[in-house]
Design a binder for this molecule. Structure first.
Ligand code: NAP
Length: 476
């Protein structure tokens, strides 16, 4: 058989789907997995696609099977495993070969790997892939960072396997170095925010109105035909409608209320904090997952503080259901505005020149946060690529003006009923602070000057000033 066009290491959930996807698009792939039984099992299960797959028992064999210059895609656990594979491959690869890390790497690790491989003759690419198992198999969203020339070499293959939105491939080069993995991190941070806000709306309907899962699923299903049309709202409707085969009850009622996280959402919040860009909706969503993990403590607190008010005797009025829809939409606008602000700041700080419209565009299909909404977001950045903030874009300002009163009513309702809505509240708090021309930081500046002589600017004069405080009472 002819030589493979690419090598792939790691036949887990993502690697196996990507290998089949490439094989199906006509690219012969040499595959290797640390546990060799998995390689055999994968190959046996590949059916008609076996003709485009070359199972390899060692890295040496894998390298020998690929046509030089060789691209090799790593789809192994992020972290130490990636460093181990790079170390092993360095011994075997030649000038111009490319190592692509397609896992969920921390972009700071990616930048370190670029430095470590610098001068080795091997090209490195940090590539974010989103879409889960189905995306990997049938079309993910692909966010590439590294040298543009490396992307040009990989482009035909990546655009062939990527998802398509109205014919346009959801794959793009986003910038040098860690740009691709940074954007993937923000994608995941926004994904946390989207999921948390959906869960909060579910909580209001379940605990505030005593609605059954199926009925709540119907509402999400309806919303999925409108402005909230998105993969996550669609799967929410399906999850809520699914019965547990063991008990016949709604499956969601049988699932423990403790959510996991692998770290990428948290990295998004940490990076936002490090850059001094508020990403409060993402931060709230990450924190909510952490609190969800404290099940025993929450059970103790529920008995220490008592429950919230009893659910309403009636189902919500249609007008309130409309408010919930708009509140979720408003929260989404704020979460995306924050996430894109973080990327904008990183773009300057790391000199990536991130193409924000392109990012929105390659998220329209294939990835977990795919939605119709991202099409509007792409258009907003097309119209104004240097927009200072998404909330100042005319189209988004109009949408937010229509939706924020609903967000306020929903957050107020939840607060009075004792229902937790940390992400929706964060969105509202941010929005209110964002549009406050005269904020309250004047008092903070007074306090800072009082205890630390930090000085303050005056509204009526230039320069740095100090208050007439009694400095002997200051404590530093
Ligand atoms: N699952 C998703 O939805 C998703 C989505 C986007 C990105 N990702 C990222 O994609 C990457 C792969 O994820 P996955 O879900 O496909 O993982 P997975 O199903 O758990 O598979 C992990 C793969 O990594 C290999 N591996 C682990 N440690 C290794 C080591 N020290 N040396 C060599 N190989 C090692 C495993 O080989 P063995 O069979 O020998 O254990 C296996 O092939 C991760 O970075 C993940 O965060 C996942």
């Amino acid at each position: 058989m002819t030589k493979a066009e690419i090598g792939l290491i790691g036949l887990g959930v993502m690697g196996s789907g990507l290998a089949l996807n490439m094989a199906e698009k006509g690219y012969p792939v040499a595959v290797y997995n640390r546990t060799s039984a998995r390689t055999g099992e994968f190959f046996e299960g590949a059916g008609d696609l076996r003709g485009n797959l070359v199972p390899c028992a060692s890295l040496k064999e894998l390298v020998a099977q690929i046509r030089p210059p060789r691209p090799i895609l790593l789809m192994v656990q992020a972290g130490k495993a990636v460093d181990e594979q790079i170390k092993a491959l360095r011994e075997l690869l030649s000038e111009d070969d490319i190592i692509i890390d397609g896992g969920n790497a921390n972009f700071r690790d990616t930048m370190r790997r670029f430095d470590e491989l610098d001068g080795s003759g091997i090209t490195f690419v940090g590539m974010g892939v989103s879409g889960g198992a189905v995306g990997a198999r049938h079309g993910p969203s692909i966010m590439v960072g590294g040298e543009r020339a490396a992307y040009t070499r990989l482009e035909p293959l990546l655009t062939a396997i990527a998802a398509r939105y109205r014919g346009e491939p959801c794959s793009a080069w986003l910038g040098e170095g860690g740009a691709g993995h940074f954007v993937k991190t923000l994608h995941n941070g926004i994904e946390y925010a989207d999921m948390q806000m959906i869960a909060e709306i579910y909580g209001i309907l379940r605990d505030g109105f005593g609605m059954k899962a199926g009925a709540i699923g119907d509402i999400f299903g309806r919303w999925n035909g409108g402005r909230l049309d998105s993969y996550l709202v669609g799967i929410t409707a399906e999850v809520l409608a699914t019965a547990d085969p063991a008990t016949g009850r709604p499956l969601v009622d049988m699932i423990l209320d403790r959510a996991g996280q692998k770290g990428t959402g948290r990295w998004a919040a940490v990076e936002a904090q490090m850059m001094g860009v508020p990403a409060t909706v993402i931060e709230s969503a990450v924190a909510a997952r952490s609190l969800s993990a404290e099940k025993t403590m929450r059970v103790g607190a529920a008995s220490a503080y008592g429950g919230r008010t009893a659910p309403a005797a009636r189902e919500p009025e249609p007008a309130f259901v409309d408010d919930l829809e708009l509140a979720l939409f408003a929260g989404k606008i704020v979460a995306y505005a924050q996430g894109f602000s973080v990327m904008d700041e990183a773009s300057c700080g790391f000199r990536w020149n991130l193409p924000l419209a392109t990012i929105a565009r390659i998220w329209r299909a294939g990835c977990i946060i795919r939605s119709q909404f991202l099409d509007r977001l792409a258009l907003a950045y097309d119209a104004d690529p240097d927009a200072a903030h998404l909330l100042l874009n005319r189209d988004f300002a109009a949408m937010m003006s229509e939706a924020h009163a609903s967000l306020r009513r929903v957050v107020a309702h939840a607060a009075l009923a004792g229902l937790p809505v940390p992400a929706l509240s964060a969105a509202l708090g941010y929005f209110d602070a964002f549009r406050q021309a005269r904020g309250t930081a004047n008092l903070i500046q007074g306090q800072r000057d009082y205890f630390g002589a930090h000085g303050f600017e005056r509204t009526d004069a230039e320069g740095l000033h100090h208050g007439p405080w009694d400095s002997s009472r200051a404590e530093g």
